[in-house]
Design a binder for this molecule. Structure first.
Ligand SMILES: [Zn+2]
Length: 101
């Protein structure tokens, strides 16, 4: 038996090229996609150079958002996850999310 690919039968309007985004949770889903995309470009920690698996890194903003960094792919990098990992250390060095008001 062959699994047929079901083509969407929605009308293809000019601006309908993007999937309709649900009003909630856009950041989560798009964040996951971006995470994967950036990791696929270079699956190494930008700080220590370690090769990290998909579940072993955190996406970091080179210039933190709270310092005016853009929320773009170019401003994102792969860093080791976990306590004491490169992302954790960088976040702390930057003053973290919590200590700054
Ligand atoms: Zn690292």
């Amino acid at each position: 038996m062959k699994l047929a690919t079901i083509k969407p039968r929605l009308p293809v309007a000019g601006k309908a090229a993007r999937a309709p985004a649900p009003p909630k949770r856009i950041a989560g889903r798009r964040g996951q996609e971006r995470r994967k995309r950036i990791w696929l470009k270079d699956p190494h920690c930008a700080n220590c150079g370690k090769l990290v698996a998909m579940h072993e890194f955190e996406l970091d903003h080179r210039i933190p958002l709270h310092q005016g960094g853009p929320d773009t792919d170019d401003n994102c990098q792969v860093l080791c996850a976990g306590i004491g990992g490169c992302h954790d250390l960088k976040t702390r060095a930057e003053g973290g999310y919590r200590t700054r008001r």
